[in-house]
Design a protein around this ligand. Structure first.
Ligand SMILES: [Zn+2]
Length: 315
C-alpha cells in the first residue's frame, strides 16, 4: 500500500508539470495579433472580415488602443478573455504602460466580451448607456452562440459590464491626450458609439463604419438611426478612420461602403413599401450590384433588404 502511494506521488510529480503546461497551452489564444500604428499613439488591430470561427476566435472585427504617458486606453476588448489577453500581450511589446480604460463602442460580442480580462488588470470600463442595456439583454445569448464555435477558446469569458456610462458625450484626458467618446443614436446596434481623437482627427468608428465587407442589418439594427448617426459622424471630418470592420480608411471610402449602401436600401424600400409592393418583389427589384465588391455580398444582401423593408412597416 505504501509503495503504491509512493508510486502515485512520484507519478504525479512527473505528470504535474506537463499537466500544468497542457492546461496553460490550451488556455491561450492562437491568434497572432500585430497592431497597425496609425499615429504616434494610436493603434488598430485589424480583425478577420470572415464570419466568427474557431480559427479567428470570434475576432472578426477591429479593435485598437491609444498609448499615452499615463496609461493605455483600449477601444473594444475583443471577443473573449483569451483574445483580450492576446491583445494585451501585443500591447506589452509596444509599451509597459498599464491599461487605464477600456471603451466598448457597442454591445456586440467582439466589442466587449474581453472586458473581464482588462478589469482584472485594473482598467475602468466605459460604454454608452444604450450599449449597457444591449449587453444586459443579449450578453448571455452572445456567449451561448460563441460557445459551439470557440469551444475551449472561450475559457474564462464572462459578461463583465461597463461601470461608467456615457449618455451623449464624454471627454477623457489621459496623459494629456484628449479622447472623446461620442454617442449619436446607434444604428448597427443601439449602443454604437465612436472614440474621437480631435487633435489627430482619428476616429475609432466601431460598427458605424464597415468597409471591404458588406455591413449587416441585424434584427437589432435600425437603418434610420444608423444613417442619422453616420451623418453626425461625418461632421467630425476625420482624417483617419479605424472602422468596425475592414481596413483603416478615410471618409470617402467609409461613405462609399457604408453610407451609400444604407441610402440605397432605405430609398428603395421606402418607395417599394409606399407603392404597396410585396416584400419578395421589393427585394428582387432592388439592384445592389454596385456593392458586389464587398465580402459577404451574396450572403447578406437578401437579409439586409428584407430587414429594411420590415423597418419601413414600423416607420
Ligand atoms: Zn461588428
Amino acid at each position: 500500500m505504501k509503495i503504491t502511494l509512493l508510486h502515485m506521488k512520484n507519478a504525479l510529480i512527473f505528470l504535474l508539470p506537463s499537466l500544468i503546461f497542457s492546461l496553460v497551452s490550451t488556455q491561450a489564444s492562437a491568434l497572432q495579433l500585430s497592431p497597425i500604428q496609425v499615429s504616434p499613439g494610436a493603434y488598430a488591430f485589424i480583425g478577420d472580415t470572415g464570419m466568427r470561427s474557431y480559427e479567428n476566435e470570434g475576432m472578426n472585427a477591429n479593435t485598437g488602443f491609444i498609448v499615452t504617458r499615463a496609461g493605455v486606453v483600449i477601444v473594444d476588448s475583443g471577443s473573449s478573455f483569451l483574445v483580450a489577453k492576446a491583445m494585451h500581450d501585443a500591447i506589452k511589446k509596444i509599451t509597459r504602460q498599464p491599461i487605464k480604460y477600456v471603451i466598448n463602442t457597442g454591445g456586440q460580442d467582439h466589442r466587449w466580451l474581453g472586458n473581464g480580462y482588462f478589469k482584472e488588470q485594473g482598467a475602468q470600463i466605459i460604454a454608452s448607456r444604450k450599449a449597457l442595456t444591449d449587453m444586459q439583454e443579449r450578453g448571455a445569448a452572445e456567449l451561448a452562440a460563441l460557445k459551439p464555435e470557440l469551444r475551449e477558446k472561450l475559457a474564462g469569458t464572462q459578461t463583465v459590464y461597463p461601470e461608467r456610462l456615457v449618455d451623449k458625450e464624454e471627454t477623457l484626458i489621459v496623459g494629456g491626450e484628449v479622447i472623446r467618446i461620442l454617442y449619436f443614436q446607434g444604428g448597427h446596434t443601439p449602443g454604437d458609439a465612436v472614440v474621437w481623437l480631435p487633435k489627430e482627427k482619428i476616429v475609432f468608428s466601431g460598427d458605424l463604419v464597415y468597409v471591404d465587407r458588406m455591413l449587416g442589418i441585424l434584427p437589432i439594427s435600425n437603418s434610420k438611426d444608423w444613417l442619422a448617426s453616420f451623418e453626425e459622424f461625418e461632421k467630425l471630418m476625420p482624417k483617419i478612420i479605424i472602422p468596425g470592420h475592414g481596413k483603416v480608411c478615410d471618409l470617402p471610402i467609409a461613405s462609399k461602403d457604408t453610407k451609400a449602401y444604407l441610402v440605397l436600401l432605405r430609398k428603395h424600400m421606402h418607395k417599394a413599401y409606399n407603392d404597396g409592393m410585396e416584400l419578395q418583389v421589393s427585394i428582387s427589384s432592388l439592384d445592389q450590384s454596385a456593392f458586389n465588391h464587398l465580402e459577404h455580398y451574396e450572403l447578406l444582401k437578401g437579409g439586409n433588404a428584407s430587414r429594411v423593408y420590415l423597418e419601413m412597416e414600423a416607420e
